[in-house]
Design a protein around this ligand. Sequence first.
Ligand SMILES: *Cc1c(COP(=O)(O)O)cnc(C)c1O
Length: 362
Amino acid sequence: MEIPFLSIKTINEKHENSLYAAFKDFLNSGNYILGQSVKSFETNFAKYCEAKYCVGVANGLDALVMILNSFNFSKDTEIIVPANTYFATILAIKIAGLKPILIEPNLKDYLINVENIKKAINKNTSAVLAVNLYGRMCDFRKITEICQKNNLKLIVDAAQSHGAEFDNSKDCFGADAIAYSFYPTKNLGALSDAGAVVTNNEAIASNVQRNRNYGSEQKYQFDSLGTNSRLSELQAAFLDIKLKQLDLEIGRRREIAGRYLSEIINNRLILPPSDKTNQDAWHLFVVRTENRDSLKRFLLNKQIGFDIHYPIPPHKQKALAEFEELELPITETIHQTILSLPLNSTLKEEEVDYIITSLNSY
Ligand SMILES: *Cc1c(COP(=O)(O)O)cnc(C)c1O
């Protein structure tokens, strides 16, 4: 049996008829920038996230940059961020002209470590940028308490966690603003680049709304130096269609993850955590293993697709040579030992069986 790590084509095939119809409506509307579909998706996604405002932007990186810009932090103030995140989180801080402070995550759930946040805070700290990595929410109750005590903003990179819940709520408790990406492989994926800022703060929402459109609220009137980062009208129409099925698809992800967690029994593999309160959206199912090369060879042989999220930590990237000397042993261990197994709503039961049986024989 050959199982790809992920087939975006198969995921989108399920929506084929609705997507064709949406394109036809889009073409016939004659209104191709910031039209009715963007408005409709913004309303629906805000509601889905249990938040007051959603502003569509061009991609997840821009969502992060525009959130950071909306606070008017003075240059070089420090933003605390987990060292094991995807490169774009840290890139956004650099683009905004601020200073990323990379801290070690928890080894058990790969999320930002609350004690390490406390240790990193000093008079130059302006915000914590937490990342719901792999689809799981951070401990926002504790993080919010620290942020409030120290007068820090709390920003969330939720590019991987559409649909994640804590205590049956999708609200990122206490966060000032949340950045989403709808890159095609995400839990809610467009058919091109797309992103959004979600917030309960009206000032942030209107700031991002103005700045995604050059800094203009009224035609030919420019109030700030913004950028062009509008959410595509066509992608918004596609996203609105896929949003309706999102909870169903996440439900299927949870079913498969549940089977992996209870049926993969192999002491060479460390499985991700799971608990009833923190309801993971299972963007990725990440295991850890001592000898990853051997597991890779095994999976190749079994024709089971896999990926590594991510093989090189940000502080070891050429583009971030300034962090080269940082000692981050937990982050490095994670990057050396993790591997992502196939997990998406299109996996068939017999494919899940095959993956489990194979791994139990590894
Ligand atoms: C995908 C992703 C981004 C970037 O989103 P784009 O839409 O590709 O710009 C940022 N952070 C994380 C954690 C991501 O997974």
